[in-house]
Design a protein around this ligand. Sequence first.
Ligand SMILES: Nc1ncnc2c1ncn2[C@@H]1O[C@H](COS(=O)(=O)NC(=O)[C@@H](N)CS)[C@@H](O)[C@H]1O
Ligand SMILES: [Zn+2]
Length: 478
Amino acid sequence: MDDDTGTLPPKQDFSGWFNDILWRAEIMDVRYPVKGLYVWYPYGFAIRKFVYNRLRELLDRDHEETLFPLLIPEQEFMKEAEHIKGFENEVYWVTHGGTTPLDVKLALRPTSETAIYPMYALWLRSHADLPMKYYQIVNTFRYETKQTRPLIRLREITSFMESHTVHATWDEAEAQCEYELGLTKEFYDGLCIPITISKRPDWDKFPGADYTIAVDAIMPNGRTLQIGTVHHLGTHFSKTFSINYEDKNGEQQLANQTCYGISERSIAALISLHGDDKGLILPPAVAPVQAVIVPITIGKRHEDVLAAAKKLESDLKAAGFRVKMDTRDMRPGAKYYWWELRGVPLRLELGPRDIDGGKVMAVKRTGEKSSLELATVCDGVTRVLAEITEGIRAKAEEHTKSHLCSVDSMDALNTALNDGNVAVVHWCRERECGDAIEEKANSSILGTEVRSPYVAATDGKCIVCGKPGKATLVGRTY
Ligand SMILES: Nc1ncnc2c1ncn2[C@@H]1O[C@H](COS(=O)(=O)NC(=O)[C@@H](N)CS)[C@@H](O)[C@H]1O
Ligand SMILES: [Zn+2]
């Protein structure tokens, strides 16, 4: 879309790199004239399509997809006290239809509990209707006052997956929370994104929830990004919205609920964790173009090379790969740069010598080169793409592991965070020690009950008061 002026900043300058890559790799255009609202370029939207196709595949094992209205009448939105408190400063209101003032103000959904739950109250009658497990992927609106940033903190969240489930008992709802965490782990494994899972402190849980378990990624600069949350809602909302059912004994029971959300932050983490100084590096599973064929047509064998390249392209497409052939009138080197910037995982270079030898040069976006037999090129490409995936995963795991460090003093905590790490401390879970940790180290308590292969769930002395404490993640967040 934009002619290329200059080059991408080094990834070391992460925020400069991230802002630049969004337009250079044609992900999102930030020039839309409303703060916090951004435009998907077609290429970015194609990445979103593959990422969310995968999310739908996982959700559809256990949920059904629905779609609820965007506009929520004030009286429904204002029903649940904690929910209102949590969102009253973030909700956008529609007050007019044309020039006619509306008799009832309508909220633009910041999340859809108050749109969905009045309908759940109509749908749910008997225990036989349970469990109900529905999700939608919609845009939601939050008047964010912290710094907005494309893909990370938007005022229109364009790709908001929200799951809302209803269960007969608290325990069944808890089992669903665990199920959704497992689904989220599988989703992010598919994107080669290492995650930490932890239970948010009470002061940071979702408004109206019994508890919140969050999924965080450690970004290149050591700050953490919350890329998913699962909330056990208990009967908070079913009380407010009269979501009850007749149990086996004919008694009316309040339902127990969960809700669960993932947004385009998943794509922010994908871009940020895997990219390098040359641009994006996309795991083949979600790459709109998995392999680009570049015919080397310098010299007289022009026709042979093009014919062989066309055959290669059709063979690979027939085998189900997403392949493009680049025959633009450009120097090969300029083509390489163009596709590397867009994170295409594999480049196939085909020249006269390759054809004569019945081979094609396979160049991984992660660096290594190897030559594949054209006769078995589909198996070769399958193997090489799998190697690329494992290379991307290993690099991200190494990054995450090396940015987690255990500390047992406030000084060491400050140093760890200033060095761009996430700290593992012991915390007694008392509010005042929590406040001390957050204030003295300018940090956020991410959570306890930490689940990560790189964090030992040990007990120890609270870093503030010395009383028995639990392993706790502390970081600086987006
Ligand atoms: N302004 C925002 N921009 C982008 N993503 C956001 C924004 N606010 C929240 N998210 C993402 O959306 C997820 C769900 O949001 S939430 O508030 O935690 N939870 C809910 O809204 C619940 N109703 C579950 S859907 C968060 O984990 C976070 O990854
Ligand atoms: Zn303490």
